[in-house]
Design a protein around this ligand. Sequence first.
Ligand code: KIV
Length: 278
Amino acid sequence: MSSQVQDTIKRITAPDIRARKGGEPIVVLTAYDAPTAAIMDPHCDVLLVGDSLGMAVHGMTSTVGVTLEMMILHGQAVMRGAKRAMVVIDMPFGSYEAGMETAYANAVRVMKETGAQAIKLESGPTAPATIEYLVKRGIPVMGHVGLLPQSINIDGSFKAKGRDEAERARILQSAHDTANAGAFSVVIEGVAESLAREITEAIDKPTIGIGASAACDGQVLVTPDMLGLFDWTPRFVRKYADLRGEIDRAVAGYAADVRARRFPAEVETYFSKKPASP
Ligand code: KIV
């Protein structure tokens, strides 16, 4: 066996994730660039190139402005960094809702140009038919129910969902339809524990929660949130680091050293070789 083949690490696949229903919790984080993806890869089952990159990386106020080209560019970077985790790429707003054929053409572009294993889309009313169409044509799909950030202009806020019986029933139905259409897993965002538990018990596909309690089969967080890059994060986020503070301290230290001519020091400087003595 060539060393190249021996060195190849087997990547986690959609069937591997599908088989984890009710088993060991599935670890998912968002990823947007190669170096961070390489650090996260050994620890995560799935790296999600979320359209949250609109806010987390590009400073947008919602995900609505994110384009297919942005998703592909960040997807390519993450695929270069991650060798083992499954990479799933979000379909951005406007790339899959107009019709199944457009959705298919755009999803094929994402898969071909990035090499990722699956796409994710938000399960609005037209999603189940699209999911079925894509899965039948060889594209693994992760669904997304509950709070749907791409619907911000309909909803008017990012508040948790399923607060009244009618909305709860709609979300439960949407989860059923998404799973039955062939999604290999379903993200549940921003719902109460009781609804997340009901969905997780009702569908035969793993659920991945974000702000949806420990009742789900796995968890996902937006990585810059859990690394403490922002001064505000939603209540459901646990901060595992204080990257904002670390970056602030590092940059302040660098600026002070440059201003005081303490950087660069001799060890950080190239010198020309002394000419050999005659
Ligand atoms: O875009 C994203 O990061 C997501 C997660 C919040 C699940 O969809």
